[in-house]
Ligand binder design. Sequence first.
Ligand SMILES: [Zn+2]
Length: 111
Amino acid sequence: MATTTLRYRVKENSILARMAALILGADKVAIVLGVTIHLHHTGKAEFLANKPWLRHELMHIEQYAQHGSVLFIVLYLSQSLKNGYYHNSFEVAARRAEHIERYETAFTMTD
Ligand SMILES: [Zn+2]
């Protein structure tokens, strides 16, 4: 877990999230790039109120912070190729974070 407060942003109506939705065939999508959570078909209020979903994406924020953006993306993609999306270790950790009470309080949202 983060020892210092990690800052993140939430971007609604993101083109990146829209592309991800098309590729994944999903309706509501949140996808993290660097310090920003990109949303498609969901708003800030709905997303932030869904604590498990918020915690999941915040774990990805923490993973980006731990490894740095470039290395994290390389590691994430290699995990996906090796293990698939569900068994990708970063996704396993993010799903685990969904159940960590108050995990979201270690993070600060900025504009
Ligand atoms: Zn995830």
